[in-house]
Every structure is written in C-alpha cells, then in structure tokens.
Design a protein. Structure first.
Ligand code: HEM
Length: 465
C-alpha cells in the first residue's frame, strides 16, 4: 500500500530482540523512556512475541475503534488468568462466561445498586481514620494504608468479610497469598516459556497460593448458600441474579469473579489515592480548594454518614481525582488487536493479530491535547466547561469499549469517600525532599511515600465567616 510509513523501534539484539531492555522489573518505565524518543508509536520485538506501543491521541482513537480492535488476553494477562480463570478481567472476548457475567455484573455495579455500598465504604473510611488518628504525628506509609483500605472495602462489599487490614496490614494469609502469587505472575509474564518452566520453586509457591485462594473463596460461597448476607453484597447478586434468559453464574465462575474483584479492584484504587495524596501534598492551593468543598458538604450533614446525594456535591474532588488519573493512570495501559490488517493514523500498518499496547501514561500527557503544561497538576482541566473539549480517546484510565472497567463506579465512590474523610479530619505533610518513586506490578503506585497526619478540627464555614 502506498504512503505507508515504517514503524520505528529501538536497537534490537539478534535472537532476543528487545528483551535486553526489559531484564529488570521496570517494564512500564522502560516503555516510557523509549516513548520519549519516538513520536506516537513504536514497535517492540521479543523471541516469541512482538507488539506496538501506541500513545498519541490520534493513533489511540484508531486502536480504540471497537469495530476494528478488541481486547487481547495474552502475556501478563495470561499469567493472571491462571488465578482468575474466565472471570471478567481475564476472560477472552468469545467466552460464554464473559457475556453472561457482563450481563449480570454490569447492573450489579450500576450507580443504582452501588448506593447500597456507600454506608459500608463510609464505615471503612471512618475505621481508617481511627487508625490514622492512633498514629497521628508519625510518618505513615501512604500506599500501605490505602491498600489496607481497598482490601477491606472489596472484602466487605464483595462478600461481607474483612481482612482486619488496618490492625494487621497485609498479615491475613489470603492477602499474603494474593500479593505473592500476583508478583510471581508478573515476573513470569516477562519470561520465555522454557524459563517459566525452570522456575520450579516459584511455580510451586504459585500453585500452593492458588489452591489456598480458591479454597478460601469457595468456602465463603458455600457458607453463603446456607446463610443470608449481613448487608447487600456482590456475592448475593452473583448467587441470585440471572440474565434475561434466566441463566445464572456457576460456582466456579463466581469464585473467579470474586478473585477478579480482589485482584483488579484493590491495587488500582489504592494507587489512585496514593498518587492523589502525593499531588495534594505538593499543591497546597488545590488542597485548600478541595478541603473547602469537603467542609461545605459536611456542614450540611454533620456527623451523619455520606449518602448517594452527597456524591454529586464533591464536584472539585471529582476533578482532582480525574486529574490524578490523567497524570498517574494506575492501570497504566491495556492490550488490543485486530483480526485483520489495519492502517492507523492513515500511515501505519498494524498486521492482523498483532497486539497494540495503549500506553496511557504517555497518552495522558500528549501535548496536542493537554498543551505544554501537560506535566502540571491542574484539576480545572476537568471542570464542566473544559471537560467537554477533551477528546474521548485522549483520556482512558478505565479502558475501552465493552471491556472497560466494570468497577469504575465502585472505584469512584470509594476514592471520593476516602478522600473526603481524610480532608475533613486531617492536615498532612510529606518530606519536601521526597522524589516520587513509582513501583510497578500490574499497576503503578507511589513507594516510600510517607505523610504525617495531624488531627484537624473542622470549623463550620459559618463560624469561619
Ligand atoms: C482506580 C481504580 C481502577 C482503575 C484505574 C481500573 C482500570 C481498569 C482498566 C484500564 C480496565 C481494562 C483492562 C483491559 O482492557 O485489559 C479494567 C477492567 C476491569 N476492572 Fe477495573 N479499574 C479500577 C478499579 C476496579 C475495581 C474497584 C473493580 C472491582 C471491584 C474493577 C474491576 C474490573 C473488571 C472486572 C475489569 C474487566 C472488565 C471486562 O473485561 O469485562 N476495577 N479496569
């Protein structure tokens, strides 16, 4: 075809291609360093696979065209699939259980039903604050605290079981097994097939953890069949809801969905809140504006729990969270492919079956959309007047099309409520010399980031005036 342009790539080494660039655990940051050198797209070649990294708004619009491209479950996701089977996140597009679960769970995660979880999330935020208050003045590891909060939330909302996360962060055997098996899965996703098989010790640990996690969740499902839930939860929905043909999820698939929510739903939201607190600690004017809004809302409800009606009052907080996800999309990319050859941007050929990685971190900094101050934290970009001007393909923190995030409403509610309670009750400061360090697993999160919290007595705004 005339007019096609060659897709560039970094220097390759015979036999191993670009594997030499990814021998450490820094896949995401290495891909980002390479992206700095190219315009909007480049290719990576490995011994058994290859893919294209896409990160301009123009090209993303083409690969997010769901008539041409759809999600791929390979490399990293294949390893996670060993844990979460045909749960929503790791199911293949044509699997029967994906469409059945999507029909049953999309409504279960709708705002209409999500309101049932607001009291639970509110209670967990208050519990978290008790824990913060007990450590007032000490340097608190923010990612650890936020991970405890998200694990507790997904456990309580998913199946009415907590993990005692605030008192014994990360000590629960299930939490340990999940974190260990996910990290083995991530390491294995970067290895060649023969090398994966050689990891005998890790493979044994992984299999033991997988068995234990399955047993843990299976027991919860079995117990629930003979009892009623303390409060409405996702397990209840999965046991009782049907699609329009009357079909229900089977026991094994319910297990995979619960594991999916725990895997897909804890690190992502914890990372979002970690980055958000980091950005707020560095941008006092934004923090003051957000806190003013929080005080206004609590002025109207006093110490009553937050309700669905309050959520739309957190307008600026919502902009703060969206801008955080622009700068730090905690699921930093997703994979798509087309069944036929496709030309993207009118000039680059993506052959049939080849995977494209949508590199969100760089896409969300595309100067053609976000301007020359794309690196700056400016929540006003998402004000109602400005948000309308953002092209849909330029901002994709929750993925694309029918395979986009099922838990989006859940994550938005959980992060809004948590942030509101933190701003209401605390002043906080970090070490001014701290330079942001990002840990990469399947998601990204700030590490070695500590904040000191100081109890704050909220003054009613009328008293301040
Ligand atoms: C800030 C928090 C979150 C972010 C940034 C996020 C991001 C994403 C992204 C980018 C995808 C698409 C992945 C792909 O195409 O391969 C996705 C899928 C998914 N997420 Fe989330 N997520 C978040 C929170 C949650 C929560 C709290 C849950 C559940 C409680 C959840 C459940 C899922 C599920 C089930 C899928 C698979 C949907 C499907 O393929 O049908 N996520 N998420």
């Amino acid at each position: 075809m005339g007019g096609l342009k060659k897709i560039k790539m970094p220097r390759k080494i015979p036999f191993i291609g670009h594997l030499w660039l990814f021998l450490d655990n820094k896949t995401f940051s290495r891909m980002d360093e390479i992206a700095e050198k190219y315009d909007s797209l480049y290719q990576l070649v490995f011994p058994t696979t290859q893919f294209y990294v896409v990160y301009s708004n123009e090209l993303t619009a083409d690969v997010c065209d769901t008539k041409k491209f759809s999600k791929v479950v390979d490399s990293g996701l294949d390893e996670i699939r060993a844990l979460s089977g045909d749960g929503l996140f790791t199911a293949r597009n044509d699997e029967k259980n994906w469409s059945l679960a999507n029909q049953i769970l999309k409504p279960a995660f709708s705002m209409k039903l999500m309101k049932n979880y607001i009291p639970v999330m509110d209670g967990i935020a208050r519990e978290m604050n008790k824990n913060i208050s007990s450590r007032a003045g000490q340097a608190i590891d923010v990612s650890g605290l936020m991970t405890a909060m998200t694990m507790e939330t997904i456990g309580q909302c998913g199946f009415c079981e907590g993990f005692d996360s605030f008192e014994h962060a990360g000590d629960h055997p299930f939490v340990k097994a999940m974190i260990r098996s996910l990290s083995i899965a991530m390491v294995k996703s970067r290895l060649l097939p023969f090398h994966k098989k050689m990891k005998l010790f890790d493979n044994r640990k992984f299999n033991n953890d997988r068995k234990y996690m399955n047993q843990f969740v299976d027991q919860i499902i079995e117990q629930r069949q003979n009892t009623t839930a303390e409060h409405p939860d996702l397990l209840d929905r999965m046991l009782h809801d049907t699609n329009k043909d009357g079909d229900k999820l089977d026991h094994e698939n319910i297990r995979y969905q619960l594991l999916t929510f725990l895997i897909a739903g804890h690190e992502t939201t914890a990372g979002l809140l970690g980055f958000c607190l980091y950005l707020l600690s560095r941008n006092p004017q934004v923090l003051d504006k957000a806190r003013l809004e929080v005080d206004e809302v609590f002025d109207t409800i006093g110490d009553n729990p937050l309700a669905l009606g309050n959520m739309s009052q957190f307008k600026y907080l919502s902009q703060v969270l969206k801008e955080t996800q622009r700068l730090y999309p905690t699921a930093p990319g997703f994979l798509v492919a087309s069944e036929t050859d496709q030309v993207i941007g009118g000039k680059y050929m993506i052959p049939a079956g080849q995977t494209c990685y949508v590199h969100l971190y760089r896409l969300h900094r595309d100067p053609a959309v976000w301007g020359n101050n794309a690196e700056e934290f400016i929540p006003e970009r998402f004000s109602p007047e400005n948000a309308n001007k953002i092209p849909t393909s330029a901002y994709r923190p929750f993925g694309n099309g029918k395979r986009s995030c099922t838990g989006q409403n859940f994550a938005v509610l959980e992060s809004t409520i948590t942030l509101a309670y933190i701003l209401r009750d605390y002043l906080f400061k970090g070490d001014p010399n701290y330079r942001l360090q990002i840990e990469e697993t399947m998601t990204i999160k700030p590490v070695n980031f500590f904040l000191q919290f100081e109890n704050r007595t909220r003054k009613k705004l009328t008293e301040v005036a």
